[in-house]
Design a protein around this ligand. Structure first.
Ligand code: 6PG
Length: 472
């Protein structure tokens, strides 16, 4: 099929790994799709391996040919790298499209860019959707979780396609229109912030067993596999079992032993904590995860430091596996709680009207952080949360409270043994700060007033701007 005789109403620009997988998913659900990629050979290769889906895929050699090949109204998905390539694609499309056509950015864009692009594209008389798509290549091919932002009228014509390609949880599509402009991309960003935290917690538990007890990856694998059969059931725990067991075919060593301990990051985790701070929220567990990736990249410094800085460690015994499991579960709950607080603060700021039940529901399948816990979180949001705080919901506090003694023992053990547990310890500190009815900010206020006469509130009087009895 050539671009000129395509009957596609869907189009896709950016046929990389994710784009190719999503195109096959769309085709499989019975929709024709026109494709454009800078390197057109990737489309030829995709069509060649598409089998019975090939007739639904058509190749366009230029953006103009892509647009001309599609009947109106058109919906063109961009799956190009975030940043300038998205703007370049929009610039190329806008003069070619007609009112009623929609540009859909399916990449991991910064929600601020999405807010601006929405205005820009709408000012040109067109429609724009910013869609956070989670699930990696497998998800894109077989059903991702999709967080959609934009106007309801832009989403309406696309909704059947999106719902058909989305992952399903007990038959319900994991795709939801969450609000205007950047609502979808913001939610995806926070999803990734939680993803970073959950991954970091896993890395810390792995480190406690590898460095604390000298266990080999394959010896640790059964523990993660057993966890995946219980309340920690989740995609990330599942894949960790496979990763721990994998052997490098070249050397015969565990794959983990040949991977350099330097983590990449494309920005979404960092954006989550930047936005959290802007919104006046503490996202300490997520920040710990981003910070750990940053430090991981300083390999030379860590090598030198390992010779200069002494651990001052204290002897510890073997850590209980049940404690590790409970600590993981507790810290996971607290990381989700921080993520949802960021969403809530952003919702108040941008007036998106986010539906937290739907967000928890569409994260139950397809996405990277899918886990059994999300069902409990969805239930907690269904039953009005006290003050909107996830950890205070009876369903959630009943889950987290019993894990805390174990979380304390695990963090204490790691601290004594000199094993870094930034996410686990941040989770515990955040929990303790949150439950402290009278905190220690009285002395912060005292110091601020002492050196700068900034004033404070009194516990026994109404009003602000009181000062202490210090000179000056
Ligand atoms: C997803 C993932 C995905 C992300 C990768 C890598 O939900 O499918 O979040 O969107 O790109 O996880 O992210 P980093 O490179 O930042 O680790």
């Amino acid at each position: 099929m050539t671009s000129t005789n395509s009957t596609a109403s869907m189009g896709l620009i950016g046929v990389g790994t994710m784009g190719a997988a999503l195109a096959l998913n769309i085709a499989e659900k019975g929709h024709d799709i026109a494709l454009y990629n800078l390197q057109s050979e990737t489309i030829d290769a995709l069509i060649a391996r598409a089998g019975e889906l090939a007739p639904r895929l058509s190749k366009a050699d230029t953006v103009e040919a892509l647009v001309n090949s599609m009947p109106t109204p058109r919906a063109i998905i961009l799956l190009v790298p975030a940043g300038a390539p998205v703007d370049a694609s929009i610039d190329a499309l806008v003069p070619l499209l007609e009112p009623g056509d929609t540009i859909i950015d399916g990449g991991n864009s910064d929600f601020r860019d999405t807010q601006d692009r929405t205005k820009r594209v709408e000012a040109a008389g067109l429609r724009f959707l910013g869609v956070g798509i989670s699930g990696g290549e497998y998800g894109a091919r077989h059903g991702p979780s999709m967080m959609i932002g934009g106007t309801p009228s832009a989403y309406a014509p696309i909704q059947p396609v999106m719902e058909s390609i989305a992952a399903k949880y007990e038959g319900s599509p994991c795709a939801a229109h969450l609000g205007a402009g950047g609502a979808g991309h913001f939610t995806k960003t926070v999803h990734n912030g939680i993803e970073y935290a959950d991954m970091q917690i896993i890395a810390e538990l792995y480190g406690m067993l590898r460095d604390g007890e000298g266990q080999k990856p394959a010896e640790i694998a059964p523990l993660f596999r057993s966890w995946n059969a219980g309340r920690l059931k989740s995609y990330l725990v599942e894949i960790v079992g496979d990763i721990l067991d994998a052997v490098d075919p070249e050397t015969g060593k565990p794959v983990l032993d040949i991977i350099v301990d330097r983590a990449g990051q494309k920005g979404t985790g960092r954006w989550t904590i930047i936005e959290a701070v802007r919104l006046g929220q503490s996202a300490s567990i997520l920040e710990a995860a981003v910070g750990a990736r940053v430090l991981s990249s300083e390999i030379k410094t860590r090598g030198v430091a390992s010779e200069i800085l002494e651990g001052g460690t204290l002897p510890v015994g073997t850590i209980s596996r049940d404690d590790l499991e409970a600590a993981f579960f507790g810290a996971r709950i607290l990381a989700y709680a921080q993520g949802f607080r960021i969403l809530r603060a952003a919702d108040q700021e941008y007036d998106w009207g986010l539906d937290y039940v739907r967000i928890a529901e569409i994260w139950r399948e397809g996405c990277i952080i899918r886990s059994a816990l999300l069902d409990d979180i969805a239930t907690a949001f269904q039953n009005d949360l006290p003050r909107g705080k996830l950890v205070l919901a009876p369903e959630i506090s009943a889950l987290v409270n019993p894990t805390i003694p174990a979380l304390r023992r695990v963090v204490a053990h790691a601290v004594m043994a000199g094993l870094p547990v930034p996410a686990l310890s941040s989770a515990l500190s955040w929990f303790d700060e949150t439950r402290q009815a009278r905190g220690t900010a009285d002395i912060l206020q005292g110091m601020r007033d002492y050196f700068g006469r900034h004033g404070f509130e009194r516990v026994d009087k109404e009003g602000t701007g009181f000062h202490g009895p210090w000179a000056g």
